[in-house]
Design a protein around this ligand. Structure first.
Ligand SMILES: [Ca+2]
Length: 214
């Protein structure tokens, strides 16, 4: 009895190679979340992955010193990177890549909640920062008020997340405060929508250009 072995194994031979690594840049084909836009600045070659060298270049481009930029590259990529690696993505861990696509997975605790867990902007939370902490003027924070906010946001036992937020805000404050020591609301808003870094880089470039001409 030669039972007819039905060929049920749908052996669909797929000879086309999987489009693996190249697809990381696809993140830029769709609409970015505000959180993705915020970090995309640091993806200097727009391949969808931020390597430490790019973080370094990005920090330098907005006006941070060599030491801070180098430290940022190690700590930001070391801290965030591993959380953003896509499943079944083979990666060389010591290269500390950050995947723009998955940046929302790298969100740390003790933050202001202005980005939700999907990386979207939450206007109410943004307003809350200034309602709660801007005592001197409604549309800006002093260094002291910033400090107060950071203390309030701190979740117990979350030193790492808190340190991350602390550093981000301190860097922002030192780069962007006005001559009277105020960090303005529209500046902070521009951090969250991702436009501030590009603006800072442009400003620095044009400053350099004008000093060359002299
Ligand atoms: Ca890149």
């Amino acid at each position: 009895m030669a039972g007819k072995a039905a060929d049920t194994t749908g052996s669909s031979k797929n000879n086309t190679a999987e489009p693996a690594a190249a697809s990381m840049a696809d993140v830029y084909n769709g609409e970015l979340t505000p959180l993705q836009r915020h970090v995309a600045f640091f993806d200097r070659n727009k391949d969808g992955i931020i390597y430490p060298a790019e973080t370094y270049q990005g920090f330098r481009a907005i006006g941070c010193g060599v030491a801070l930029s180098a430290a940022a590259a190690v700590f930001v990529n070391g801290g965030l990177g591993p959380k953003t690696i896509p499943e079944n993505e083979k990666t060389v861990a010591f290269k500390l890549p950050i995947y723009v696509k998955n940046i929302h997975k790298g969100k740390h605790g003790s933050d202001s909640g202005v980005y939700d867990s999907n990386g979207r902007f939450v206007p109410e939370k943004f307003e809350e920062i200034f309602k709660k902490h801007a005592h001197t003027r409604p549309d800006a924070l002093t260094g002291k008020e910033l400090q107060e906010m950071l203390q309030k946001n701190r979740e117990p036992k979350d030193l790492k997340g808190w340190l991350g937020g602390f550093t981000e805000w301190k860097v922002l404050y030192s780069l962007c405060k006005d001559k009277d020591g105020f960090l303005h609301k529209d500046t902070v808003r521009a951090v969250y929508d991702g436009s501030l870094f590009e603006r800072l880089e442009q400003e620095r470039k044009s400053k350099k250009e004008s000093s060359k001409k002299k």
